[in-house]
Design a binder for this molecule. Structure first.
Ligand code: FAD
Length: 477
């Protein structure tokens, strides 16, 4: 018998439950990727995600070729493409790992029902998460909205994951008569070559993911708890794009982390972050409206600032707000497709609170520019930062970007790296060049307004305005 393995956010061969499930039942396996961005609307992959996807699909195809198989690539309507391929290949079964985004969930149930009605055997599996998002509930049988009690339930389950399965050494060959599109035909690559920074930083695909994981376990894990908040050092795992595209499974990460550092004091802070990922997925699953709407409905009436909105947003996007830690973060994002978590929180606070621009605008920009853009994590991250999500930082907790910079980038190494025009400023001024006298600045080669902008917003006044706006919605209008 022949099975199709429909690959989506599981671009790997090891610990892939759908691939394993198909191998256990069928002699012939046809791995297929169907490019159908319209089915993910309104959250089709952004530019940085498309770049990643291109390279990840190429890597997967090569890994399959090394095992005697190949990746069949098709495009268009997924149901039609699966039907056609099943007919061409004489397949009687279709296996896939589940996706949890609202559009994908709806599509997949429709496809499962249609294929089953046509006599095809279908099975879906969990290959993306440790825990299905519908399994953990509060004592009141409701989804969790607060992380700590959720984590108390989840943590013991992480330790009890079944061991990950290795990649198959060989796979059955696929007939040459089956048509396969080349990855280039999907036109995922940028037409203007802006991707040099991404190429320097990342190696998409399963081999790159596993290499990064083992490097992190041997070199980074011991210092994670102290280093994870310091953007100037490589203190976190940078596995997020690999996890997003399913180039490795969370089970593989957990297994290596626990094997490498059995002491829970060392592994817990890291596993907790994977817990946030699971938490985000359960929120998206239970509250599918949240990519567009605040979980806290009071925020639907928030008085966002309309004056100069376009120019404020553009300055934020382009890293020219005049606030160094924010500009450094936005430039890191633009050049590498990634931004440090601490800095994501700082730039999100500035946009939604000091500049009072809707969090959805920030989420959209991140969606297009992050290589790890992930609907569950991005939505949760933005709603948390804007104070309107589950377990959110209260709206009135407004980050002071200068204090944040001084605390988490005390020597200014991060700012100097991404805002080189400021590199000669002394540490005490690097996070607030406007506080220096003109002579002091000129001695360091910085003329505000020419080499680097004046701040686009007064941090103190805008903080007061944000609090007043919040008071307005708290009082109900
Ligand atoms: P590590 O610290 O090494 O953590 C390991 C893994 O845990 C990460 O790879 C990620 O999968 C998960 N994780 C870590 N922190 C979080 C978190 N706060 N919430 C959920 N999962 C987490 N993460 C994304 O993967 N995609 C996004 O689109 C995204 N958008 C964000 C937007 C905002 C405004 C904020 C504040 C955070 C966002 N995050 C997002 C969460 C977090 O910033 C990234 O997951 C993290 O920076 C990735 O780097 P890392 O792999 O080195 O993390």
């Amino acid at each position: 018998t022949t099975a199709l393995v429909w690959m989506r956010r599981d671009l790997r061969l090891s610990d892939n439950p759908a691939l394993e499930g198909a191998r256990q039942r069928c002699e012939r396996i046809i791995p297929v990727y169907i490019h159908s961005p319209d089915e993910e609307a309104p959250w089709q992959p952004g530019a940085a995600s498309r770049w990643w996807l291109h390279h990840s699909l190429e890597a997967l195809h090569h890994a399959l070729q090394e095992r005697g198989s190949r990746l069949i690539i098709r495009r268009g309507d997924s149901l039609g493409a699966l039907r056609a391929l099943a007919r061409e290949a004489g397949a009687t079964e279709v296996h896939w790992n589940r996706c949890y985004e609202p559009a994908a969930t709806e599509r997949d149930s429709r496809i499962k029902a249609a294929l089953r009605a046509e006599g095809l055997w279908c099975a879906s599996y969990n290959g993306l998460l440790c825990n299905e998002p519908w399994t953990l509930k509060t004592g009141q049988d409701a989804p969790y909205r607060v992380f700590t009690p959720y984590w108390r339930q989840l943590a013991p389950r992480l330790a009890q994951q079944p061991p990950p399965t290795p990649a198959p050494a060989a796979l059955p060959p696929i007939s040459d008569t089956l048509e396969r599109l080349d990855v280039d035909a999907l036109a995922l690559q940028p037409t203007i070559p802006w991707d040099q920074g991404l190429r320097e930083q990342w190696r998409p695909g399963e081999a790159g993911a596993l290499e990064r994981l083992s490097r992190f376990v041997s070199d980074g894990l011991d210092h994670y708890a102290e280093a994870r908040d310091l953007p100037a050092v490589e203190g976190t795992s940078r596995l997020s794009p690999h996890l997003h595209f399913g180039e490795l499974s969370p089970r593989q990460v957990i297994e290596q982390v626990q094997a490498g550092r059995p002491d829970p004091e060392l592994s817990e802070p890291y596993l907790r972050e994977l817990g946030w990922r699971e938490f985000s997925y359960q929120l998206l699953y239970h509250f599918p409206q949240t990519p567009a709407e605040p979980l806290d409905p009071r925020f639907a009436a928030f008085p966002w600032r309309s004056e100069d909105a376009d120019s404020l947003l553009a300055a934020w996007q382009q890293g020219r707000t005049g606030i160094p830690i924010v500009d450094a973060g936005m430039r890191e994002l633009w050049q590498t497709g990634w931004m440090h978590n601490r800095v994501r929180m700082i730039v999100a606070s500035l946009l939604t609170k000091n500049l009072r621009q809707p969090w959805q605008q920030g989420a959209r920009w991140f969606w297009d520019t992050l290589v790890d853009a992930d609907l569950a994590n991005n939505t949760q991250g933005w709603q948390w930062s804007a104070g309107c999500g589950a377990d959110a930082a209260p709206y009135f907790r407004i980050f002071n970007p200068v204090r944040q910079g001084e605390r988490f980038d005390p020597q200014g190494g991060y700012v100097r790296r991404w805002c080189p025009e400021l590199h000669r400023l002394p540490d005490k001024l690097i996070h607030q060049p406007w506080q220096a006298s003109e002579t002091e600045r000129e001695a360091c080669g910085v003329r505000l307004g020419r080499d680097y902008p004046w701040p686009i917003v007064d941090l103190k006044a805008s903080r007061a305005e944000a609090l007043a706006a919040y008071d307005q919605i708290k009082r109900g209008g």
